[in-house]
Design a binder for this molecule. Structure first.
Ligand SMILES: Nc1ncnc2c1ncn2[C@@H]1O[C@H](COP(=O)(O)OP(=O)(O)OP(=O)(O)O)[C@@H](O)[C@H]1O
Ligand SMILES: [Mg+2]
Length: 353
């Protein structure tokens, strides 16, 4: 079998997402499982696991309901314990860099280099500066990573690929949007606590950033403004429990939050435009649970003056059994499954962080 099965497991601050696909079938890739389990407030904060029991419960409930025999898992890290930095170094080969990576990376990593697990990816030479190359460094704190992986192995699952959220978006995009005409696109994933940004040129990543912002800040504002608990505030935000709520005040919260998301993203796009590429971004692919935040996509279209498309990772799957999966449900959870879907596409050969 060319592709041993791997479960994509995305542990976010708001929910755990799981996707399993089967690439061994003739006639296309088959969707085997998709599941989302909301986490109680405070179980995962900024991608750091605070209440492991609750996270374990959510993962095993999803794994059980998938009824899969697959134990191999691809998962991803993000948050404060993970640093992604794009740096310029003297040109050298992969082997040479492997020997020197600790020394080369040290100036860029704000943690003790002994405490981090390092990975890198050579993007290529910098044509405008002879003898130099662009390298993406990924440093994950060893204790954070170990804790996270132990939680997974404790459930008798086997983490075989460990990625970072921003890069999984690229894998998803490559598979799901093979015919996009635009050369420069931004993949923007708006989660509960983090906005992951990955800007691609001709399909290759040019610039990635994580912003410590997301949908949870809107929930917190709703809690404050209407004096309600977290759960109720989430329901209000998603339009389910609006009785007794002044719509004008709610709109103000959305507007303020959307404005702040847009202006922080704008800074990243401006940085890209002045430091990385002089060509403008031509399209944005928006994902993450909070991608559907009221007014967000339209504000991005207006402010950045580019089309914004909501990501649907299931669009390119030829084999979705409509007796098992409801098309409407898949469409509604699609944007929040972008990272998990990218993970499910990983193979065991992919490098570990
Ligand atoms: N219909 C909706 N309208 C507005 N916000 C929504 C809606 N559905 C989900 N959200 C918000 O999306 C966020 C969850 O998104 P997502 O599942 O991508 O986050 P996560 O992966 O759990 O978190 P992290 O930021 O740690 O990656 C939450 O803040 C949630 O309230
Ligand atoms: Mg997420």
């Amino acid at each position: 079998m060319p592709y041993p099965k791997i479960i994509g497991l995305d542990v976010g601050s708001h929910s755990v997402k799981m996707v399993e696909i089967d690439r061994s079938k003739k006639g296309g890739v088959r969707l085997d499982f998709v599941g989302l389990a909301q986490l109680p407030e405070g179980a995962v904060v900024d991608k750091a696991i605070k209440k492991p029991d609750l996270v374990r419960t959510a993962i095993s409930a999803l794994h059980r309901s998938s009824k899969t025999a697959t134990k191999q898992v691809a998962t991803s890290l993000a948050g404060k314990s993970v640093i992604i930095k794009q740096v310029t170094m003297t040109s050298m080969g992969d082997g040479q860099l492997e020997k020197q990576i600790q020394m080369e990376a040290e100036p860029y990593i704000p943690f003790d280099i002994k405490d981090v697990h390092l990975d890198w990816y050579i993007m290529g030479d910098r044509p405008e500066k002879e003898g130099t190359m662009e390298v993406v460094l990924v440093a994950a704190k060893k204790d954070y990573m170990a804790e996270y992986l132990e939680l997974i192995t404790g459930l008798k699952l086997m983490p075989v690929v460990v990625d970072v959220d921003a890069f999984t978006l690229e894998v998803m995009y490559e598979f799901c949007y093979p015919n996009v005409q635009e050369e420069i696109v931004a993949l923007i994933n708006v989660g509960a606590s983090t906005i992951n940004i990955n800007i691609l040129k001709s399909g290759a990543s040019q610039y990635t950033r994580d912003l410590p912002l997301g949908g949870e800040s809107i929930t917190r504002e709703i809690m404050r403004m209407f004096d309600v608990n977290f759960e109720r505030a989430e329901n209000i935000k998603q339009g389910a429990q609006l009785e007794g709520i002044n719509p004008r005040n709610l709109r103000k919260i959305f507007q303020r939050s959307v404005d702040s998301f847009v202006s922080e993203i704008q800074k990243i796009l401006d940085f890209f435009a002045t430091n990385v590429s002089y060509d403008p971004i031509q399209k944005i692919f928006l994902s993450g649970g909070a991608a559907v935040t009221y007014g967000l996509a339209s504000a991005m279209e207006t402010e950045f003056n580019v089309p914004v498309e909501l990501v649907d990772p299931f669009r390119s799957l030829g084999m979705i059994d409509d007796k098992v999966f409801d098309a409407e449900y898949l469409r509604s959870i699609g944007p929040s499954m972008a990272v998990a879907f990218g993970l499910a596409l990983r193979t065991e050969k992919d490098k570990q962080v």
